[in-house]
Design a protein. Sequence first.
Length: 158
Amino acid sequence: MQAKQAIAWIKRSGIAVESARASVPSLAHVVAGEPIRGSWWAHPKGKDIFRLSRVIRRSPDVLVCRLVDGKITFVHRRIWPALVSLAGRFCKQRLSALNEVHTPAGKHKLLVTPFPDWVPDEVQQAARKLTEKEAALQLALVLSPPSSTLSRLQTKQA
């Protein structure tokens, strides 16, 4: 998989996780081409998984957060209005945007932008135009199986 293919994959998926095990599509699984036992870092395609995860993380069209099961989750921009529309159903910390940076000292630092500070105005406007039912349907279409759509997103009620 090349960089452009990874971005196209996340756009099609809508919501996916970086890690191998989750209830939504997994970048690690797709790149490996098979289910991964244990850490994806040890997989023969671990370097490819890492490289492509960084491509996706750098995309301005992808929100990186911990929405699904507390795991690194990629949410494509096309899903943002539905997510923002239903934000009251989620723990706000799960909707915070995450950005990993390297400090001059060579350390990794995680920058957290709380919800809704990362949400662009045009996404807020689009979210206001959606009914709750429309927003839920949009999320259902990117999650499988659709019958358990919101429960897998760690809603406040859970």
